[in-house]
Write a protein that binds this ligand. Structure first.
Ligand code: A3P
Length: 314
Protein backbone atom coordinates (compact mmCIF):
# COMPACT_ATOMS: atom_id res chain seq x y z
CA UNK A 1 0.00 0.00 0.00
CA UNK A 2 1.31 3.45 -0.83
CA UNK A 3 0.52 6.71 0.87
CA UNK A 4 0.07 10.16 -0.52
CA UNK A 5 3.49 11.25 -1.66
CA UNK A 6 5.21 8.03 -0.68
CA UNK A 7 6.53 5.90 -3.48
CA UNK A 8 7.60 2.95 -1.37
CA UNK A 9 5.29 0.24 -0.20
CA UNK A 10 4.18 0.11 3.37
CA UNK A 11 3.22 -3.01 5.23
CA UNK A 12 0.37 -3.65 7.60
CA UNK A 13 1.47 -5.36 10.78
CA UNK A 14 0.16 -6.47 14.14
CA UNK A 15 -3.30 -7.05 15.48
CA UNK A 16 -4.97 -4.17 13.65
CA UNK A 17 -2.88 -3.74 10.53
CA UNK A 18 -0.61 -0.96 11.74
CA UNK A 19 1.06 0.84 8.90
CA UNK A 20 4.83 0.52 8.82
CA UNK A 21 7.43 1.23 6.13
CA UNK A 22 8.19 -1.91 4.11
CA UNK A 23 11.70 -1.98 5.56
CA UNK A 24 10.21 -2.73 8.94
CA UNK A 25 9.45 -6.29 7.80
CA UNK A 26 13.09 -7.23 8.29
CA UNK A 27 12.98 -6.14 11.91
CA UNK A 28 9.51 -7.09 13.05
CA UNK A 29 10.47 -10.58 14.12
CA UNK A 30 13.62 -9.48 15.90
CA UNK A 31 11.67 -6.92 17.91
CA UNK A 32 8.88 -9.37 18.68
CA UNK A 33 11.40 -11.88 19.98
CA UNK A 34 13.54 -9.41 21.91
CA UNK A 35 14.47 -10.38 25.42
CA UNK A 36 12.54 -8.34 27.97
CA UNK A 37 14.16 -7.71 31.34
CA UNK A 38 12.35 -7.34 34.66
CA UNK A 39 14.03 -4.00 35.33
CA UNK A 40 13.11 -2.54 31.92
CA UNK A 41 10.71 0.38 31.75
CA UNK A 42 8.89 0.76 28.44
CA UNK A 43 6.93 3.81 27.30
CA UNK A 44 4.44 3.06 24.56
CA UNK A 45 2.46 5.70 22.70
CA UNK A 46 1.04 6.60 19.35
CA UNK A 47 3.30 9.41 17.99
CA UNK A 48 2.49 12.90 19.34
CA UNK A 49 0.61 11.73 22.37
CA UNK A 50 2.96 13.12 25.01
CA UNK A 51 5.74 10.55 24.72
CA UNK A 52 8.56 12.97 25.45
CA UNK A 53 6.71 14.39 28.41
CA UNK A 54 6.21 11.01 30.07
CA UNK A 55 9.71 9.80 29.16
CA UNK A 56 11.34 12.66 31.03
CA UNK A 57 9.01 12.02 33.97
CA UNK A 58 9.70 8.29 34.04
CA UNK A 59 13.44 8.63 33.62
CA UNK A 60 13.75 11.09 36.48
CA UNK A 61 11.44 9.11 38.72
CA UNK A 62 13.44 5.95 38.10
CA UNK A 63 16.80 7.65 38.51
CA UNK A 64 16.40 9.17 41.95
CA UNK A 65 15.48 12.56 40.50
CA UNK A 66 18.93 13.00 39.02
CA UNK A 67 18.32 16.38 37.38
CA UNK A 68 22.03 16.81 36.73
CA UNK A 69 22.39 13.78 34.45
CA UNK A 70 19.04 14.61 32.88
CA UNK A 71 20.42 18.05 32.06
CA UNK A 72 23.66 16.69 30.66
CA UNK A 73 22.34 13.84 28.54
CA UNK A 74 19.81 14.14 25.74
CA UNK A 75 16.61 12.21 26.28
CA UNK A 76 17.03 10.15 23.11
CA UNK A 77 20.19 8.69 24.64
CA UNK A 78 18.74 8.06 28.08
CA UNK A 79 15.52 6.68 26.66
CA UNK A 80 16.10 5.45 23.09
CA UNK A 81 13.39 4.63 20.64
CA UNK A 82 13.03 1.03 19.60
CA UNK A 83 12.03 1.23 15.97
CA UNK A 84 13.37 4.58 14.81
CA UNK A 85 16.63 3.69 13.25
CA UNK A 86 15.37 0.44 11.91
CA UNK A 87 13.15 2.56 9.73
CA UNK A 88 15.78 5.11 8.88
CA UNK A 89 18.69 3.21 7.37
CA UNK A 90 16.84 1.74 4.49
CA UNK A 91 14.13 4.27 3.96
CA UNK A 92 15.51 7.65 4.84
CA UNK A 93 17.56 8.33 1.78
CA UNK A 94 14.75 7.24 -0.41
CA UNK A 95 12.47 9.49 1.54
CA UNK A 96 14.65 12.47 0.90
CA UNK A 97 14.31 11.75 -2.78
CA UNK A 98 10.61 11.34 -2.64
CA UNK A 99 10.25 14.48 -0.60
CA UNK A 100 8.19 13.24 2.27
CA UNK A 101 8.36 12.05 5.85
CA UNK A 102 11.84 13.03 6.89
CA UNK A 103 11.76 11.50 10.34
CA UNK A 104 15.49 11.11 10.00
CA UNK A 105 16.20 14.76 10.50
CA UNK A 106 16.29 14.84 14.25
CA UNK A 107 19.48 15.67 16.00
CA UNK A 108 21.35 12.66 17.25
CA UNK A 109 19.75 10.09 15.06
CA UNK A 110 22.30 10.28 12.31
CA UNK A 111 25.09 8.99 14.46
CA UNK A 112 23.30 5.68 14.81
CA UNK A 113 21.74 5.64 11.43
CA UNK A 114 23.27 2.41 10.21
CA UNK A 115 22.43 0.42 13.32
CA UNK A 116 18.86 -0.65 13.91
CA UNK A 117 18.23 0.72 17.36
CA UNK A 118 16.52 -2.39 18.70
CA UNK A 119 19.80 -4.26 18.22
CA UNK A 120 21.65 -1.67 20.27
CA UNK A 121 18.94 -1.71 22.91
CA UNK A 122 19.08 -5.49 23.05
CA UNK A 123 22.67 -5.29 24.25
CA UNK A 124 22.34 -2.18 26.41
CA UNK A 125 23.14 -2.53 30.10
CA UNK A 126 20.30 -2.59 32.63
CA UNK A 127 18.24 -0.77 33.58
CA UNK A 128 16.89 0.00 30.13
CA UNK A 129 14.40 2.73 29.28
CA UNK A 130 12.70 2.01 26.00
CA UNK A 131 10.40 4.25 23.97
CA UNK A 132 8.27 2.81 21.22
CA UNK A 133 5.31 3.73 19.06
CA UNK A 134 4.65 0.08 18.29
CA UNK A 135 1.42 -1.23 19.77
CA UNK A 136 1.49 -4.08 22.28
CA UNK A 137 0.66 -6.70 19.66
CA UNK A 138 3.93 -5.98 17.85
CA UNK A 139 6.05 -6.16 20.98
CA UNK A 140 7.36 -9.21 22.83
CA UNK A 141 4.40 -11.20 24.14
CA UNK A 142 5.95 -11.48 27.61
CA UNK A 143 6.46 -7.72 27.89
CA UNK A 144 3.70 -7.05 30.41
CA UNK A 145 4.39 -10.10 32.51
CA UNK A 146 8.05 -9.13 32.75
CA UNK A 147 8.60 -5.36 32.71
CA UNK A 148 6.85 -2.13 33.63
CA UNK A 149 4.99 -0.41 30.83
CA UNK A 150 3.46 3.05 30.63
CA UNK A 151 1.03 3.93 27.88
CA UNK A 152 -0.06 7.49 27.11
CA UNK A 153 -3.20 8.12 25.06
CA UNK A 154 -4.34 11.46 23.65
CA UNK A 155 -7.41 12.71 21.82
CA UNK A 156 -6.78 11.61 18.20
CA UNK A 157 -7.89 15.01 16.90
CA UNK A 158 -5.09 16.74 18.80
CA UNK A 159 -2.72 13.99 17.77
CA UNK A 160 -3.62 14.57 14.11
CA UNK A 161 -2.83 18.28 14.37
CA UNK A 162 0.38 17.64 16.26
CA UNK A 163 1.43 14.91 13.79
CA UNK A 164 0.78 17.32 10.94
CA UNK A 165 3.13 19.88 12.47
CA UNK A 166 5.71 17.18 13.10
CA UNK A 167 5.65 16.36 9.39
CA UNK A 168 5.90 20.05 8.56
CA UNK A 169 8.78 20.40 10.95
CA UNK A 170 10.76 17.52 9.57
CA UNK A 171 9.86 17.91 5.93
CA UNK A 172 8.19 21.28 5.75
CA UNK A 173 9.62 22.12 2.36
CA UNK A 174 8.64 18.72 1.18
CA UNK A 175 5.20 18.15 2.54
CA UNK A 176 2.69 19.65 0.17
CA UNK A 177 -0.35 18.53 2.09
CA UNK A 178 -2.35 20.99 4.15
CA UNK A 179 -4.17 20.10 7.36
CA UNK A 180 -7.25 18.94 5.46
CA UNK A 181 -5.25 16.52 3.32
CA UNK A 182 -3.30 15.35 6.28
CA UNK A 183 -6.46 14.70 8.29
CA UNK A 184 -7.81 12.71 5.35
CA UNK A 185 -4.75 10.46 5.42
CA UNK A 186 -4.96 10.22 9.21
CA UNK A 187 -8.57 9.15 9.37
CA UNK A 188 -8.03 6.65 6.58
CA UNK A 189 -5.11 5.07 8.46
CA UNK A 190 -2.62 6.05 5.79
CA UNK A 191 0.07 7.38 8.09
CA UNK A 192 2.79 5.50 9.94
CA UNK A 193 1.65 3.69 13.11
CA UNK A 194 -2.07 4.19 12.36
CA UNK A 195 -4.78 3.16 13.25
CA UNK A 196 -4.60 5.22 16.41
CA UNK A 197 -7.73 4.09 18.27
CA UNK A 198 -6.96 0.39 17.99
CA UNK A 199 -3.41 1.21 19.12
CA UNK A 200 -4.64 2.81 22.33
CA UNK A 201 -7.32 0.19 22.87
CA UNK A 202 -4.75 -2.60 22.93
CA UNK A 203 -3.25 -1.00 26.03
CA UNK A 204 -6.56 0.16 27.48
CA UNK A 205 -7.93 -3.37 27.64
CA UNK A 206 -4.91 -4.29 29.77
CA UNK A 207 -5.11 -1.21 31.99
CA UNK A 208 -5.73 -3.29 35.12
CA UNK A 209 -2.60 -5.33 34.64
CA UNK A 210 -0.27 -4.54 37.56
CA UNK A 211 2.63 -3.86 35.19
CA UNK A 212 0.74 -1.41 32.99
CA UNK A 213 0.04 2.20 33.81
CA UNK A 214 -2.39 3.81 31.37
CA UNK A 215 -2.52 7.59 31.37
CA UNK A 216 -4.26 10.25 29.30
CA UNK A 217 -2.44 13.31 28.01
CA UNK A 218 -5.53 15.33 28.96
CA UNK A 219 -5.24 14.23 32.58
CA UNK A 220 -1.59 15.25 32.69
CA UNK A 221 -2.67 18.66 31.36
CA UNK A 222 -5.38 18.94 33.99
CA UNK A 223 -3.40 17.91 37.05
CA UNK A 224 0.25 17.17 36.43
CA UNK A 225 1.16 16.81 40.11
CA UNK A 226 -1.41 14.06 40.61
CA UNK A 227 -0.34 12.21 37.47
CA UNK A 228 3.34 12.48 38.41
CA UNK A 229 2.49 11.05 41.83
CA UNK A 230 0.62 8.15 40.19
CA UNK A 231 3.53 7.36 37.88
CA UNK A 232 6.00 7.45 40.79
CA UNK A 233 3.83 5.16 42.82
CA UNK A 234 3.42 2.79 39.86
CA UNK A 235 7.21 2.67 39.61
CA UNK A 236 7.44 1.90 43.31
CA UNK A 237 9.06 5.23 44.21
CA UNK A 238 8.27 6.87 47.46
CA UNK A 239 8.95 10.56 46.95
CA UNK A 240 7.82 13.36 49.23
CA UNK A 241 5.16 15.84 48.15
CA UNK A 242 7.86 18.44 47.71
CA UNK A 243 9.87 16.15 45.42
CA UNK A 244 6.77 15.34 43.38
CA UNK A 245 5.94 19.02 43.02
CA UNK A 246 9.48 19.81 41.96
CA UNK A 247 9.35 17.07 39.34
CA UNK A 248 6.00 18.37 38.05
CA UNK A 249 7.52 21.85 37.87
CA UNK A 250 10.45 20.49 35.85
CA UNK A 251 7.88 18.94 33.49
CA UNK A 252 5.69 21.97 32.80
CA UNK A 253 5.23 22.86 29.17
CA UNK A 254 7.32 26.03 29.45
CA UNK A 255 10.16 24.27 31.19
CA UNK A 256 10.29 21.32 28.83
CA UNK A 257 10.10 23.60 25.85
CA UNK A 258 13.17 25.46 27.06
CA UNK A 259 14.98 22.22 27.80
CA UNK A 260 17.29 21.46 24.86
CA UNK A 261 17.84 17.88 25.96
CA UNK A 262 14.18 17.17 25.60
CA UNK A 263 12.81 19.53 22.97
CA UNK A 264 14.10 17.87 19.81
CA UNK A 265 15.05 20.23 17.09
CA UNK A 266 15.84 19.67 13.46
CA UNK A 267 17.79 22.88 13.41
CA UNK A 268 15.82 23.93 10.35
CA UNK A 269 12.33 23.90 11.62
CA UNK A 270 11.48 27.55 11.02
CA UNK A 271 9.64 28.15 14.20
CA UNK A 272 7.90 24.80 14.59
CA UNK A 273 9.25 23.04 17.62
CA UNK A 274 8.94 19.44 18.70
CA UNK A 275 7.35 20.65 21.92
CA UNK A 276 4.97 22.91 20.11
CA UNK A 277 1.75 24.13 21.77
CA UNK A 278 0.92 21.60 24.44
CA UNK A 279 -2.82 22.12 24.40
CA UNK A 280 -5.76 19.85 24.93
CA UNK A 281 -8.47 20.70 22.42
CA UNK A 282 -6.25 22.83 20.17
CA UNK A 283 -7.57 20.82 17.22
CA UNK A 284 -10.71 22.99 17.19
CA UNK A 285 -8.75 25.84 15.65
CA UNK A 286 -7.50 23.57 12.87
CA UNK A 287 -10.63 21.69 11.85
CA UNK A 288 -13.34 23.29 9.74
CA UNK A 289 -16.94 22.23 10.21
CA UNK A 290 -16.70 19.32 7.80
CA UNK A 291 -13.57 17.99 9.47
CA UNK A 292 -15.17 18.34 12.88
CA UNK A 293 -18.10 16.21 11.77
CA UNK A 294 -15.79 13.70 10.16
CA UNK A 295 -13.80 13.51 13.35
CA UNK A 296 -16.88 12.85 15.41
CA UNK A 297 -17.92 10.12 13.03
CA UNK A 298 -14.42 8.71 13.02
CA UNK A 299 -14.27 8.52 16.80
CA UNK A 300 -17.80 7.20 17.20
CA UNK A 301 -17.19 4.51 14.65
CA UNK A 302 -13.75 3.49 15.85
CA UNK A 303 -14.77 3.39 19.50
CA UNK A 304 -17.88 1.34 18.85
CA UNK A 305 -17.67 -1.96 20.66
CA UNK A 306 -14.38 -1.02 22.34
CA UNK A 307 -13.73 -0.44 26.01
CA UNK A 308 -11.59 2.60 25.32
CA UNK A 309 -12.89 6.12 25.85
CA UNK A 310 -11.13 9.51 25.76
CA UNK A 311 -11.80 12.12 28.46
CA UNK A 312 -12.53 14.64 25.70
CA UNK A 313 -14.79 12.22 23.83
CA UNK A 314 -16.66 10.23 26.45
P1 A3P B 1 1.54 19.65 20.31
O1 A3P B 1 2.14 19.47 18.96
O2 A3P B 1 0.04 19.57 20.29
O3 A3P B 1 2.02 20.86 21.02
P2 A3P B 1 5.36 13.30 21.47
O4 A3P B 1 6.43 13.55 22.48
O5 A3P B 1 4.61 12.04 21.68
O6 A3P B 1 5.84 13.49 20.08
O7 A3P B 1 4.23 14.40 21.72
C1 A3P B 1 4.46 15.74 21.41
C2 A3P B 1 3.27 16.55 21.88
O8 A3P B 1 3.29 16.60 23.32
C3 A3P B 1 3.35 17.97 21.40
O9 A3P B 1 1.99 18.39 21.22
C4 A3P B 1 4.02 18.64 22.57
O10 A3P B 1 3.87 20.03 22.63
C5 A3P B 1 3.30 17.96 23.71
N1 A3P B 1 4.01 18.15 24.99
C6 A3P B 1 5.30 17.85 25.28
N2 A3P B 1 5.60 18.23 26.53
C7 A3P B 1 4.48 18.78 27.05
C8 A3P B 1 4.15 19.38 28.31
N3 A3P B 1 5.05 19.49 29.27
N4 A3P B 1 2.89 19.84 28.47
C9 A3P B 1 1.98 19.74 27.50
N5 A3P B 1 2.23 19.19 26.29
C10 A3P B 1 3.47 18.72 26.06
Amino acid sequence: KCLMGYTRPFVKCGESGYLMPGAFKKHAEGIYNMEVRPDDVWVITFPRSGTTWIQEMVWLAENDLDYITAKETPLYKRFPMLETTCILPEVSFELIKINFFGLGNFQGLNEAVRVPSWKTIEKAPSPRFIKTHLPLSMLPPNLLSTAKVIYVARDPRDVAVSYYYLHKMTTKKLLRANMTHFWEAFRRDLLPWTPIVAHANEAYTKRHHPNLHFVYYEDMKKDLVTEVAKVCSFLGKDYSDIQIKKLAEHLTFDNLRKNKNVNNSTGKDEGIQFIRKGEAGGWKAHFDEKMQLQAEEFLTERLRGLELRYPSFP
